[in-house]
Design a binder for this molecule. Sequence first.
Ligand SMILES: Cc1ncc(C[n+]2csc(CCOP(=O)(O)OP(=O)(O)O)c2C)c(N)n1
Ligand SMILES: [Mg+2]
Length: 855
Amino acid sequence: MRGAQLLRTLTRRARQAGIDLPIQLNTPYFNTIRVEEEEPYPGDRLIERRIKGLVRWNAMAMVHRQNKKDPGIGGHISTYSSIASLLEVGFNHFFRARYGDEPGDFLYLQGHASPGLYARAFLAGMLTEEQIDNFRHELRDKPGLSSYPHPWLMPHFWRFPTVSMGLSPINAIYQARFMRYLENRGLITRTDRKIWAFVGDGEMDEPESMGSLTLAPREKLDNLIFVVNCNLQRLDGPVRGNGKIIQELEAAFRGAGWNVIKVIWGCDWDPLLARDTTGLLLKRMEECVDGEYQSFKVKGGAYIREKFFGKYPQLLELVADKSDEEIGRLRLGGHDPQKVYNAYKCAVEHRGAPTVILAKTIKGYGLGSAEARNATHQEKKLSDKDLALFRSRFDIPIPEQAAHDGAPYRPPEDSLEILYLKQRRKELGGYILHRTVPKFDFPAPELDYFAEFVAGSKGRAVSTTMGYVSMLRHLLKHPEIGKLIVPIVPDEARTFGMESIIRQVGIYASQGQLYEPHDQDMLLYYREAKDGQILEEGITEAGSMGSFTAAGTAYSNYRIPMVPFFTFYSMFVFQRVGDLIWAAADARCRGFLVGGTAGRTTLAGEGLQHLDGHSHVLASVVPTCTAYDCAFVYEIAVIVQDGIRRMFRDGEDCFYYITAYNEDYPMPEMPEGSREGILRGIYKFKPATGKATLQLFGSGPILNEALRAQQILAEKYKIQADVWSVTSYNQLRREALATERWNRLHPAQKEKRPHILEVLEGAEGPIIAATDYMKIVPDQVAPWLTGRLVTLGTDGFGRSDNRQHLRRHFEVNAESIAAAALSRLAHDGKFDVRKAQKALQDLGVDTEKIDPARA
Ligand SMILES: Cc1ncc(C[n+]2csc(CCOP(=O)(O)OP(=O)(O)O)c2C)c(N)n1
Ligand SMILES: [Mg+2]
């Protein structure tokens, strides 16, 4: 202690004196926990080894057998085989299924290790043999098992979708923070609950894996433990053939402020290290790169003796008493329960910072000829010889033929193994791999709670964004559900005029506000508080999605139905973090995504990288995302009210995407009887004064252009048109597809009509649909409007200009809408061609200008 302090002081003084000392973030290439500090293993090593062997067997057998039965069905055996000890120590001694009345630890598990997790659940009696038999056969009559952790597919088993590399680390970090958020706000009791994230070393190359590392120590998230399974390999080959991934990660995590525990060498190495008085063994350990370590494993004991120890004659003496086989079997840290147990113990006891355990393992451990080879990740089947070896190595008591077939094996219920496994789980609060959803009596507000938003703005020009923000403020004041609302914003609150919300509920800051904000004397000062309600994330859309997912799945994970509203710059979310959104859908996430500054022509001045004309296209691909493009504040009110009802009162697993714009105009009062239309996707907003021979569809602020076009057409060309607000082409399409499918499957029954056709009953003439999004958005309903639909949209890159010029450029202004209508009528022989040509000129439509889609 004293020595360390002296060294620190000396270094400081030396630096002060201008001496250029290297900054050291790495410790030597050995275990962080010294042998003398280790505690003895508390479990029965022998029986745990047997259980682990059984899990390994069943995991491998499940994949092997399925691929024999159904070649090409896939699955992985090497990832689990490397992580088995890391998980078994956790399941037997650490992972708690509850803390009193509170839910237990959260496990983010490497997706490719799922066969091992199914195998363990099978031994625990949580999955049947039939299910194991139907691994990757989900579409048969019998219950099957999904390839990877997917709550959407196995809602009673999986909780966290992890298999897209990198999402699990970032989601785990934001989950840990959200847990503290709920605790600090007094919504859940503080417990010792941990979030364990098991991730691959290759996976750490994903930007999402490392991108939020500094957040966790900054927030002192000692409820978070990362275990990086450092098997030195990814899919194609070594992770850092020419370097050492453990050392690289150590420096990065330590630099970010994490507690780093390296688990490199197993107990077999302890006596060797103890005898290494010259430090030569450590020197050799440090100079070898991962590519060499991999070769050592593949080539075996004699090779290790020659190439590793043989480099220095003194090292050869260290292993002189060992056979080649013994050298080949010198165990690594990540496969040694004693080392793993001690690392976990330190991690759960560590206070004030998150912990990362860097555990060195072998990919394909125990798989004979597949062990540590570059191709091991893709291995699905073992040879008969390898199967026989596996069976004898892990003592699986099944006949040889059954072994060759890869038969599952579960010892009798009263066997020592099963009794032990169950007893351990019982002591840790029960089985942990399962997901439940409690029943809530959720007081969803009725529409009258939103009366002021339904009433219109009484002539005052406001934007849908302003309307939405006041609605959010109003919801935050709701006596019952106000506290459950989680406003999330990535440094864009001012853009959306959310300062008043900051003042109202404060920004969550785990340490409170340690400084006096310079604007404290202002009404709307930057208020941070320990129980602040807003998650002001800083510029991280990915992190914000992490919070959104944590909040939107809290109904299951924490048994508290939090209602997230993630408000963002519409351009920067769907296209940047689409995969995180997809994972949120898989996780059965609920909540509202609100894309502000929406549209390719409504946000003025910003240009190509800001003007969003396609987030609705991207939103449309997510099956559980219901997307709305709103023109008026009352539309948002209706949608939010119904969304809260659907998701939180009725428990539907979906989420909403709503676009909000920054153009100010008077908000009309909600027309009577429009509620259902708003929700289903279309309603007539302004009928023609006479008999309409044309239909105009508009969405968002472009609805105003459609209204202006209606006027131009009536006044100048005596053509009457109805104007419709289309809030969701996506919903209309989904409904139409479902109806069409029903018709297809029921040829003997009377055909049903899709809603879009029902609504348009009696509405005559061509339809001109104009949107601030790409043409493909309205085109979603084209199949049901054959020959009638003309679409105007904002395909192409944005430009910096004002709305008037942008809309003219993209041909979505009123003049372009009117021109499109006249042109169409002329083509149909319903309007004089020459008059149409003249009209285009009069309307200022440049017929020879460049196509904005390619400009
Ligand atoms: C985003 C993403 N890209 C690619 C893949 C395909 N993939 C699956 S596993 C894998 C290699 C994983 O290596 P590592 O993280 O080291 O895990 P290991 O299996 O070695 O434990 C890859 C590239 C994926 N699942 N997700
Ligand atoms: Mg790996």
